[in-house]
Design a protein around this ligand. Sequence first.
Ligand code: AMP
Length: 175
Amino acid sequence: MPTGIADLRALIRDVADFPKPGIVFKDITPLLGSPPGLALAVEMMVQPFRGTRVDAVVGAESRGFIFGTALASALSVGFVPVRKPGKLPAATRRCEYALEYGTDALEIHADGVRSGQRVILVDDVLATGGTLVACRQLVTDCGATITGIAVLIELVGLGGRARLDGLPVHSVLTY
Ligand code: AMP
């Protein structure tokens, strides 16, 4: 039964050259499939935010939904999805961001978070930070305040934390 960081690390599978050559993909599905591993991962992600004021959790599709919803439930607050363009049914705000080649965009429901709310952002992996930077923009455009970020895995060599301008980033596993 997983009881610590080393056990969680053992549940992350490296898949070489996915989705393209040169990328080592951190596959979380063994962890998701382990009841004690999943419970421990969620508890370790949520721990710094217990006892703090959090009004909502925001997570981007698709793996941000998995941990974001779990953390929201653990904190007894709601979950707000950030999605690729055209997926959310009601009025949205959009943020475009640069990729290695070209641009991408993410959207949030315009009424998803409100002015004055204190929000945390959640994702499975912090890599270059592009996704979380876009999420931060969407949330702050809505007038809410981001008090922290929780990720299961931080790929420290890719510099994502530096792009988040001093926002507190809590990562459970670093590589
Ligand atoms: P980024 O915007 O570069 O920080 O990338 C973050 C998103 O891409 C996360 O939502 C991850 O799900 C995914 N991602 C990026 N790099 C990896 C990786 N090496 N292994 C698994 N997922 C990754």
